[in-house]
Design a protein around this ligand. Structure first.
Ligand SMILES: *Cc1c(COP(=O)(O)O)cnc(C)c1O
Length: 386
């Protein structure tokens, strides 16, 4: 008898019919504003390289020097023999930069979130998550076996009700900048709620770190929040930092606890030391070249002004993530296709990444975009949208 386990064709056809089929485009060359795709040059408005550091000369040079000093592979997990002087120095620099006692490197942000939540909670506890949290935070909550509670997006009233009814140890978990909407949670009010209810607070600042705050300290710098306010701060290094990896910052005891108990830390190979060296360079560049954050804000402001004049449906965001709401998945894919024909690469974001009926174009900006490129994008959007 034929083994029908491998009969995927029907499901794939269904995804295609629902306009939910995902596919990849092959990019030849480094990340930047112009991407070479199938022999065509496209203007890139979909990357998370917000500060233009992914191919920065100093960052690339530090990476190469790192390979000369440390080789390529890290050889093992951090707890065996893979924890190099480069990793250690980066952790100390990230702790100083974030104003936290310690920082702990992870190989990816997905793994950090999965591991940290499941290390800190267990059966009988409660995890409270914003409905629009990143998949890795939701998955971490599910993996922890704690009671899983989602509260309405950025809604402190709903959060308070659910906190009051929480069992065991409660942990409040939120994106610092929502990855598909670009807005911020009401963090100062959440800090108060967490304190009142003796709940832990984990903020994932993947999209704010490096970008928000005068010094690039992210959403906690934006709101002026210390380690006491936000005791568990997570950031990623593959977005504004332009490299790869992630970290969690907090108290000495928190970090020591995570080193002991986080399975996605203990049971995985340390990221290459040369990547840590590259990240040390991007941390230096990001602090010394504040023009990158200023230019980014300038471009975002220019885009929003133009988009409002055109009557585009923007979201409540002042960050580098500027979605244009379309609604229908098919229309969103078609608009993205029409932008592509005009030479602009903008991603169509559909369910299940966003709620049903809330498909959108997710436009992201980089400090390396120019004003004429933003204006040209606005013109292209006018032609591309239904
Ligand atoms: C990208 C992202 C992650 C995952 O980080 P990686 O290092 O890419 O695995 C986690 N949380 C949020 C909010 C993100 O946007």
């Amino acid at each position: 008898m034929a083994n029908n386990f491998y009969d995927f064709a029907g499901e794939l056809r269904q995804l295609e019919q629902d306009n939910l089929y995902r596919s990849r485009r092959v990019v030849d060359g480094p990340q930047g504003i112009m991407l070479n795709v199938d022999g065509r040059q496209l203007i890139n408005f979909c990357s998370n390289d917000y500060l233009g550091l992914a191919n920065h000369a100093e960052v690339a040079a530090a990476f190469k020097a790192g390979v000369d000093r440390y080789g390529v592979g890290s050889g093992s997990a951090h707890l065996i023999c893979g924890h190099s002087a480069a990793h250690h120095a980066l952790e100390e620099e990230l702790a100083a930069f974030t104003g936290r006692e310690r920082a702990l490197l992870f190989s990816t942000g997905y793994m950090a979130n999965l591991g940290v939540i499941s290390a800190l909670l267990g059966r009988g506890d409660t995890v409270l998550e914003d409905r629009l949290n990143h998949a890795s935070l939701l998955d971490g909550g599910l993996l922890s076996r704690a009671r899983f509670q989602r509260y309405r997006h950025a809604d402190c009233e709903d959060l308070q009700t659910k906190l009051a009814a929480a069992n065991g140890k409660p942990l409040l978990v939120s994106d610092g900048v929502f990855s598909m909407d670009g807005d911020l949670p009401p963090l100062p009010a959440m800090v108060k709620l967490a304190e009142q209810h003796h709940a832990g607070l984990l903020i994932d600042d993947a999209h704010g770190f490096g970008v928000l705050g005068k010094n690039g300290g992210g959403v906690v710098e934006h709101f002026g929040l210390s380690q006491d306010d936000v005791p568990i701060l997570m950031g990623t290094l593959g977005k504004a930092f332009g490299t790869f990896g992630a970290f969690v910052a907090g108290s000495e005891d928190l970090i020591e606890m995570l080193i002991q108990k986080t399975r996605s830390y203990v049971f995985t190979t340390a990221l290459p030391a040369a990547v840590a060296e590259a990240t040390r360079a991007s941390l230096r560049v990001l602090q010394s070249e504040s023009w990158r954050r200023e230019q980014l804000q300038n471009l975002i402001g220019r885009f929003r002004k133009g988009a409002q004049q055109q009557g585009l449906q923007l979201m409540d965001s002042f960050t580098a993530i500027q979605p244009v709401l379309v609604g229908d998945s098919g229309q969103t894919v078609a608009a993205s296709q029409r932008l592509l024909e005009q030479g602009f690469w903008v991603s169509a974001i559909r369910p299940p990444t966003v709620p049903a009926g809330a498909a959108r174009l997710r436009i992201t900006f980089s400090a390396h975009h120019t004003e004429p490129q933003v204006d040209a994008l606005l013109e292209a959007l006018a032609r591309a949208l239904p």
